[in-house]
Design a protein around this ligand. Structure first.
Ligand SMILES: CC(C)(COP(=O)(O)OP(=O)(O)OC[C@H]1O[C@@H](n2cnc3c(N)ncnc32)[C@H](O)[C@@H]1OP(=O)(O)O)[C@@H](O)C(=O)NCCC(=O)NCCS
Length: 362
C-alpha cells in the first residue's frame, strides 16, 4: 500500500487471521501479538496490558456485529507495529474506532501518518464519517491539554501532537485505576454490608459464562445500555442492538480464549428484573492481573448503592476464582463522578490517563 507520504521500506500488510495459533499461517498473528505487547509495555512501563496470542485470537474471528480491519506494519521486512479499524455493523452506523501502535524506535518517520491515511481511506470507503481512537499519555512535565469536558488533562506528548496534526480533537480523558487485592477483604466486607442495607429489595446473583438462560435477556439488555448510558463526551458511538445471539457471540470470545468472566448482578426481587451488573475477567493464567470490565446500574434503579453492591460482591467472590491475582485494573471517564467515587471508596487509585480522540471525516 503506498501513499504520497509512504516512507521507503514501509509495508502495511493486511493481517492474516489463522483459525488457530498452532496453524502454519499463524506467524503474522503471533508477531502482531508480540509487538502489541511490547508497544504497550514501552508506553506504560508495565506488562499489565499483555495478552497471549491464543487469548487474543477469538476476538479477531468474523463477527456479524462488527467488521475488523487489521494490518501489520512492516519496515524493511521487520514487523514494527500494527494498525486497525473496527466498524460497528449497526443499522446506519457512522462511527469507526482505530488504532496505530508502533515500536518507539520507529516513531517520527511518517509511519503513523501513512497508517492513519490508510485507515481513513478504508473508513470512507465503508461510508463512515466519525472516527475515534484512544491512547495512553504517560504523565510528563510541559504543556498539558485539557479535555473539553472540563475533567482531566494529558501532556501534549508525541502521540498528542500526532493526533492534533492529523486533524483529531481531544474529547475525553479516561482514568486507568488499579486496586491491590492483597488485604482488601475486611474493607470490602464493610462496604458490602453498608451497600446491602441501602439495597433492600434487591439480591445479588452471580454466574460465570455461559450465562444461565434465565439471565440472558436481562444481561443483554444491560449490555446494550453501556454504549448509551456511560458518559461519552462528544464522541460518536452507534447504538448497539443486543439480542441473545449477540450475547452468546460475546461470550464465545471469552470461552474460546479460556478467559474467565464473572458476572455479578443485582436482581430486583419483586419484578425479577436485572438492575445492575459488574464484570471481572482474568486470563487463562489466573495469577495475572484482573480486569474490571463493564459496570452499569440501570437508570430506573439508581440511588440504592447497587454499583457498590455488585462491585464489592464481585471482588469478594473473586477470591475463590483467582486467589493469586494481585490487582484489578479498571477504566472510567474522568467526568464519571458517581463511578469514580465508588471506585475510590473501594481503594482504586489512578495509575495513568488516556486521551479519547475524535476526527470527523469531511
Ligand atoms: C502516535 C503514533 C502512532 C505516531 O506515529 P509516528 O509514526 O511517530 O507519527 P508520524 O511520524 O507519522 O507523525 C509524527 C509527526 O508528523 C506530524 N503529522 C502526523 N500526521 C500529520 C498530518 N496528517 N498532517 C500534518 N502533520 C502530521 C505530527 O505532528 C508529528 O510531527 P512532529 O515531528 O512535529 O512531532 C506512535 O507514536 C505510536 O505508535 N505511539 C504509541 C501508541 C499510540 O499512542 N497510538 C496512538 C493511536 S492508537
Amino acid at each position: 500500500m503506498s501513499t504520497d507520504h509512504t516512507p521507503p521500506g514501509l509495508e502495511l500488510r493486511p493481517l492474516r487471521i489463522p483459525a488457530s495459533i498452532d496453524d502454519p499461517d499463524a506467524a503474522d498473528f503471533l508477531e502482531m501479538t508480540r509487538i502489541r505487547n511490547l508497544v504497550y509495555a514501552e508506553v506504560s512501563g508495565h506488562d499489565d496490558h499483555r495478552m497471549p496470542a491464543d487469548e487474543l485470537l477469538p476476538a479477531y474471528q468474523p463477527d456479524p456485529s462488527a467488521r475488523r480491519f487489521s494490518w501489520i506494519v512492516v519496515l524493511d521486512g521487520e514487523v514494527v507495529g500494527r494498525a486497525g479499524l473496527d466498524l460497528p455493523l449497526e443499522e446506519g452506523a457512522r462511527s469507526g474506532h482505530w488504532l496505530v501502535e508502533l515500536r518507539r524506535s520507529v516513531w517520527g518517520r511518517g509511519i503513523g501518518r501513512a497508517a492513519l491515511a490508510l485507515i481513513e481511506r478504508t473508513a470512507r470507503d465503508q461510508g463512515r464519517t466519525v472516527l475515534s481512537s484512544w491512547a495512553e499519555h504517560p504523565a510528563a512535565d510541559g504543556p498539558q491539554l485539557t479535555a473539553p469536558t472540563g475533567f482531566g488533562a494529558v501532556p501534549r506528548d508525541h502521540a498528542a501532537r500526532f493526533f492534533e496534526a492529523s486533524g483529531n480533537t481531544l474529547e475525553q480523558i479516561v482514568r486507568v485505576s488499579v486496586l491491590d487485592l492483597g488485604g482488601s477483604e475486611p474493607h470490602l466486607r464493610r462496604l458490602l454490608a453498608a451497600a446491602e442495607e441501602a439495597a433492600a429489595g434487591y439480591r445479588v446473583v452471580q454466574w460465570t459464562l455461559p450465562t444461565p438462560d434465565e439471565f440472558v435477556d436481562g444481561y443483554a439488555a444491560m449490555k446494550a445500555r453501556m454504549v448509551t448510558d456511560a458518559p461519552s463526551a462528544d464522541l460518536e458511538y452507534d447504538e448497539e442492538v443486543w439480542d441473545a445471539a449477540r450475547l452468546r457471540r460475546f461470550e464465545r470470545t471469552y470461552l474460546d480464549a479460556g478467559r474467565h468472566l464473572l458476572v455479578t448482578a443485582a436482581q430486583h426481587v419483586d419484578s425479577g428484573e436485572l438492575a445492575a451488573f459488574n464484570e471481572l475477567v482474568v486470563g487463562k493464567d489466573r495469577t495475572g492481573i484482573t480486569h474490571q470490565e463493564d459496570t452499569l446500574v440501570v437508570a430506573a434503579h439508581r440511588g440504592h448503592r447497587l454499583g457498590m453492591l455488585v462491585k464489592c460482591a464481585g471482588l469478594l467472590a473473586w477470591r475463590d476464582v483467582a486467589p493469586d491475582s494481585p490487582r484489578v485494573m479498571t477504566y472510567n471517564a474522568e467526568e464519571n463522578r458517581p463511578m469514580l467515587s465508588i471506585n475510590e471508596e473501594i481503594g482504586f487509585r489512578p495509575v495513568s490517563y488516556e486521551g479519547a480522540w475524535k476526527k470527523v471525516l469531511i
